[in-house]
Design a protein. Structure first.
Length: 444
């Protein structure tokens, strides 16, 4: 961990899940008071927070109480009621990132508008509500200005564990010009880890979705050809300096992050392109805090997949592997200190999510998987972070393991990482694939 500057006051965090828990760990190491607003006394961050405001995260009155105890307030996730918080900001409550910086980031539709406005590449898309509002059966115009479908060619979904379907050569009359099946539909806000997504392989799938959801709440994207999924955690401090963790590769299982390899083997030009995207976003928004960016990388180059205005699963490896973790960066930027450039202290790291692989109630005798955790703990160069959630369900994020890698050569390091992944999966298997998460519709 880097040198710990003295921060002038307590920091508030709205949310008490695993991200707030790891932030509280970093705050304890730095001697920073962290006050958490969260509804459940058993939420992970409660045990480590300096103080707790026990209330729903969308309770603006409770957030006002939180503000009375803090220098500044930040957030664990982007599911915010910005209108309810606006009067607090008008009264001088310091939110970092600011509410105005967060406004374009709290839903995928406004994210796409932002990327288009800044001329940053992302998949072409349109609003699902455009299909119903299109008069006279005419095909609506696409909302996104990006690489054309003819340039993108065949496409696949964000689930790198499944083979992509081939798009139809005939565009449906109901779709915007140039769009063809398959397509990916996404709930504009509130969806995560595959929840709130639906693969549309045909007109029948589209009609089914239209019957089940409010179209105004959904966007539809073309599938993207990609070779790798990448991620970058960046931060901007109050002096305007932008810093970034190393660019990493992520791998999904049923649209839930399975593992992260840091750093990704990539050209300097690709790494610089990712940093430039981050700097453009942070500067344009006058953003203070941590921003996480998920990318597709393939024949069309680097495309922004999603933005998260917070710390992120793809940055967990930084706790052990870097001199400054993503949580250190959040504390420093929100607390008013300078954010130094994070550096890897080891050749690389592999982060593996520990997902629930069966259902266990809190009173189950082995609810917290003691045998598997003990077996993992015995492995060399492995660090476990167990979030302390109550009970388990299939696919729930219960913790993660970080393995510090030793090989300097990138090819040898990847082989080392895959061997260590296999070692972990023999102890902690992936959850069963009962049905593809990407085919399910939530939030209807």
């Amino acid at each position: 961990m880097g040198a710990a500057p003295t921060l002038p006051g307590a920091i508030g965090i709205v949310g008490g899940g695993q991200l707030a828990w790891m932030l509280a760990e970093a705050a304890q190491r730095r001697g920073v008071d962290l006050v958490v607003q969260t509804p459940n006394p058993h939420d992970p961050a409660v045990a480590l927070a300096s103080r707790v405001v026990q209330a729903d995260v969308r309770d603006a009155g409770a957030t006002r109480q939180l503000a009375q105890q803090c220098l500044a307030i930040s957030f664990e996730n982007e599911w915010l009621d910005l209108e309810a918080l606006a009067p607090l900001a008008a009264d001088g409550v310091c939110f970092l990132p600011s509410l105005e910086a967060l406004r374009p980031l709290v839903c995928k539709r406004s994210q796409r508008d932002l990327l288009q406005r800044l001329h940053l590449p992302c998949p072409r898309w349109f609003g699902l509500d455009q299909l119903r509002s299109s008069p006279g059966g005419e095909s609506p115009a696409p909302a996104g200005e990006g690489t054309s479908p003819t340039e993108q060619g065949a496409a696949c979904s964000g689930d790198s564990t499944s083979s992509p379907a081939s798009p139809s050569t005939v565009t449906s009359p109901g779709l915007p010009e140039g769009f063809a099946y398959p397509l990916m539909a996404k709930l504009a806000s509130g969806g995560y880890d595959g929840r709130g997504t639906a693969v549309l392989r045909s007109e029948a799938d589209l009609q089914t979705l239209l019957e089940q959801v409010n179209p105004a709440d959904w966007i539809v994207e073309e599938f993207v050809v990609f070779e790798q999924e990448l991620a970058l955690v960046a931060a901007r401090d109050q002096a305007g300096e932008v810093v970034c963790l190393p660019l990493v590769q992520t791998h999904q299982h049923q649209q839930v992050c399975d593992w992260v390899l840091a750093p990704v083997e990539a050209s300097h030009a690709l790494q610089q392109r990712a940093r430039n995207v981050a700097a453009s976003l942070l500067t344009a928004l006058d953003y203070v805090g941590v921003l996480s960016i998920e990318f597709f990388y393939g024949p069309q180059g680097l495309l922004v997949n999603e933005l998260a205005p917070r710390t992120h699963n793809s940055g967990h490896y930084s706790i052990e592997a870097c001199n400054l973790s993503q949580f250190d960066l959040q504390l420093l930027t929100v607390g008013g200190a300078r954010a130094g450039e994070p550096q890897l202290q080891v050749p690389g790291a592999l982060m593996v999510n520990l997902l629930g692989f069966d259902d266990r109630s809190p009173d189950h005798p082995d609810a917290d998987y003691p045998q598997q955790r003990a077996a993992l703990q015995a492995l060399p160069q492995l660090h476990i972070h167990w979030y302390g959630k109550q009970g388990s369900s299939v696919g729930r994020k219960l913790g993660h393991a970080t393995v510090l890698l030793e090989q300097q050569d990138p090819h040898a390091r990847r082989l080392e990482a895959m061997q260590r992944l296999e070692e972990i999966r023999r102890i902690w298997p992936l959850p069963p694939s009962a049905s593809s998460a990407s085919d399910s519709v939530h939030g209807a």
